[in-house]
Unconditional design. Sequence first.
Length: 159
Amino acid sequence: MELIRSTNMWNCALASAAMVLNKPIKELEELIGHNGSEIIHPELKSPGNRKGFHQQEIIDASLVLGFAVTPIEADPVQTPDGINFHKIKFFDFNSSEHRFLSHLNNTVGVLSGETQSGYWHNVAWDGKYIFDPRGKIYKLEDSKIDFKIYWLFTKIKSF
Protein backbone atom coordinates (compact mmCIF):
# COMPACT_ATOMS: atom_id res chain seq x y z
CA MET A 1 0.00 0.00 0.00
CA GLU A 2 1.20 3.49 -0.82
CA LEU A 3 0.62 6.42 1.50
CA ILE A 4 -1.77 8.98 0.00
CA ARG A 5 -2.13 12.28 1.83
CA SER A 6 -5.48 13.98 2.24
CA THR A 7 -5.80 16.96 -0.06
CA ASN A 8 -7.84 18.83 2.58
CA MET A 9 -9.19 18.41 6.12
CA TRP A 10 -12.46 16.72 5.15
CA ASN A 11 -11.45 13.86 2.85
CA CYS A 12 -9.58 11.46 5.16
CA ALA A 13 -12.21 8.76 4.51
CA LEU A 14 -11.78 9.14 0.76
CA ALA A 15 -7.97 9.28 0.97
CA SER A 16 -7.98 6.14 3.12
CA ALA A 17 -10.22 4.31 0.64
CA ALA A 18 -7.99 5.52 -2.21
CA MET A 19 -5.02 3.83 -0.53
CA VAL A 20 -6.90 0.54 -0.07
CA LEU A 21 -8.27 0.64 -3.63
CA ASN A 22 -4.96 1.83 -5.12
CA LYS A 23 -6.72 4.68 -6.91
CA PRO A 24 -6.12 8.45 -6.95
CA ILE A 25 -8.42 10.58 -4.78
CA LYS A 26 -9.54 12.48 -7.89
CA GLU A 27 -10.80 9.27 -9.53
CA LEU A 28 -12.93 8.45 -6.48
CA GLU A 29 -14.29 12.01 -6.36
CA GLU A 30 -15.34 11.64 -9.99
CA LEU A 31 -17.03 8.30 -9.29
CA ILE A 32 -18.88 9.73 -6.28
CA GLY A 33 -19.72 13.00 -8.02
CA HIS A 34 -18.39 15.61 -5.60
CA ASN A 35 -15.26 16.64 -3.69
CA GLY A 36 -16.82 16.94 -0.23
CA SER A 37 -16.18 20.68 0.08
CA GLU A 38 -19.80 21.84 0.25
CA ILE A 39 -20.56 23.62 3.54
CA ILE A 40 -23.63 21.92 5.02
CA HIS A 41 -23.20 22.90 8.69
CA PRO A 42 -22.16 26.58 8.69
CA GLU A 43 -22.49 26.73 12.48
CA LEU A 44 -19.56 24.29 12.89
CA LYS A 45 -15.87 24.96 12.41
CA SER A 46 -13.97 23.23 9.62
CA PRO A 47 -13.79 20.37 8.82
CA GLY A 48 -17.06 19.56 10.61
CA ASN A 49 -18.93 22.12 8.53
CA ARG A 50 -18.13 20.34 5.24
CA LYS A 51 -20.08 17.60 3.51
CA GLY A 52 -17.07 15.30 3.35
CA PHE A 53 -17.84 11.72 2.34
CA HIS A 54 -20.30 9.22 3.72
CA GLN A 55 -19.15 5.64 3.95
CA GLN A 56 -22.09 4.57 1.75
CA GLU A 57 -20.67 6.69 -1.08
CA ILE A 58 -17.33 4.96 -0.66
CA ILE A 59 -19.03 1.56 -0.57
CA ASP A 60 -20.83 2.26 -3.87
CA ALA A 61 -17.62 3.48 -5.55
CA SER A 62 -15.76 0.42 -4.20
CA LEU A 63 -18.38 -1.93 -5.65
CA VAL A 64 -17.94 -0.31 -9.07
CA LEU A 65 -14.19 -0.93 -8.69
CA GLY A 66 -14.71 -4.59 -7.71
CA PHE A 67 -14.53 -4.44 -3.90
CA ALA A 68 -17.15 -5.30 -1.30
CA VAL A 69 -16.96 -3.37 1.97
CA THR A 70 -18.03 -5.01 5.23
CA PRO A 71 -18.40 -3.01 8.46
CA ILE A 72 -16.92 -4.63 11.56
CA GLU A 73 -17.87 -2.81 14.77
CA ALA A 74 -15.27 -2.64 17.51
CA ASP A 75 -17.79 -3.04 20.33
CA PRO A 76 -21.18 -4.10 18.94
CA VAL A 77 -24.34 -3.76 20.99
CA GLN A 78 -28.01 -4.51 20.38
CA THR A 79 -30.73 -2.02 21.21
CA PRO A 80 -34.48 -2.21 20.67
CA ASP A 81 -35.01 1.52 21.25
CA GLY A 82 -31.71 3.41 21.33
CA ILE A 83 -31.91 3.65 25.12
CA ASN A 84 -31.49 0.08 26.35
CA PHE A 85 -28.29 -1.64 25.22
CA HIS A 86 -27.15 -5.26 25.31
CA LYS A 87 -23.46 -6.00 24.78
CA ILE A 88 -22.85 -8.80 22.26
CA LYS A 89 -20.88 -11.81 23.48
CA PHE A 90 -19.04 -13.88 20.89
CA PHE A 91 -18.43 -17.58 21.45
CA ASP A 92 -15.15 -17.68 19.49
CA PHE A 93 -13.51 -14.68 21.16
CA ASN A 94 -12.50 -13.69 24.68
CA SER A 95 -13.72 -10.12 24.21
CA SER A 96 -14.96 -7.60 21.66
CA GLU A 97 -11.40 -6.28 21.41
CA HIS A 98 -10.04 -9.76 20.66
CA ARG A 99 -12.70 -10.20 17.95
CA PHE A 100 -12.02 -6.77 16.43
CA LEU A 101 -8.25 -7.33 16.33
CA SER A 102 -8.70 -10.77 14.75
CA HIS A 103 -10.59 -9.17 11.86
CA LEU A 104 -7.60 -6.89 11.24
CA ASN A 105 -5.19 -9.79 10.74
CA ASN A 106 -4.03 -10.10 7.14
CA THR A 107 -6.86 -7.97 5.76
CA VAL A 108 -7.06 -4.49 4.25
CA GLY A 109 -9.54 -1.76 4.91
CA VAL A 110 -10.32 1.55 6.55
CA LEU A 111 -10.39 2.15 10.29
CA SER A 112 -12.78 4.85 11.54
CA GLY A 113 -12.80 6.34 14.99
CA GLU A 114 -12.94 9.33 17.25
CA THR A 115 -9.92 11.53 17.85
CA GLN A 116 -9.09 13.38 21.04
CA SER A 117 -10.58 16.53 19.47
CA GLY A 118 -13.98 14.80 19.19
CA TYR A 119 -13.96 14.65 15.39
CA TRP A 120 -13.84 11.34 13.57
CA HIS A 121 -10.82 10.36 11.50
CA ASN A 122 -10.23 7.57 8.97
CA VAL A 123 -7.00 5.75 8.22
CA ALA A 124 -6.07 2.93 5.87
CA TRP A 125 -4.99 -0.47 7.23
CA ASP A 126 -2.77 -2.83 5.24
CA GLY A 127 -2.94 -5.80 7.60
CA LYS A 128 0.04 -4.66 9.68
CA TYR A 129 0.27 -0.86 9.68
CA ILE A 130 -1.90 2.22 9.74
CA PHE A 131 -1.47 4.53 6.75
CA ASP A 132 -2.70 7.87 8.02
CA PRO A 133 -3.71 10.34 5.28
CA ARG A 134 -2.20 13.06 7.49
CA GLY A 135 1.13 11.74 6.21
CA LYS A 136 2.34 9.06 8.62
CA ILE A 137 2.64 5.27 8.77
CA TYR A 138 2.57 3.68 12.22
CA LYS A 139 1.59 0.63 14.26
CA LEU A 140 -1.93 0.13 15.59
CA GLU A 141 -0.74 0.36 19.20
CA ASP A 142 0.77 3.80 18.47
CA SER A 143 -2.57 5.26 17.38
CA LYS A 144 -4.39 7.81 19.52
CA ILE A 145 -7.68 7.20 17.69
CA ASP A 146 -10.51 5.37 19.46
CA PHE A 147 -11.48 3.07 16.59
CA LYS A 148 -15.18 2.22 16.38
CA ILE A 149 -15.53 0.57 12.95
CA TYR A 150 -13.30 -1.36 10.58
CA TRP A 151 -14.42 -1.26 6.95
CA LEU A 152 -13.07 -4.52 5.54
CA PHE A 153 -12.44 -4.39 1.76
CA THR A 154 -12.68 -7.66 -0.15
CA LYS A 155 -11.97 -8.10 -3.88
CA ILE A 156 -15.01 -9.33 -5.83
CA LYS A 157 -16.18 -9.37 -9.41
CA SER A 158 -17.42 -5.98 -10.62
CA PHE A 159 -21.09 -5.72 -11.42
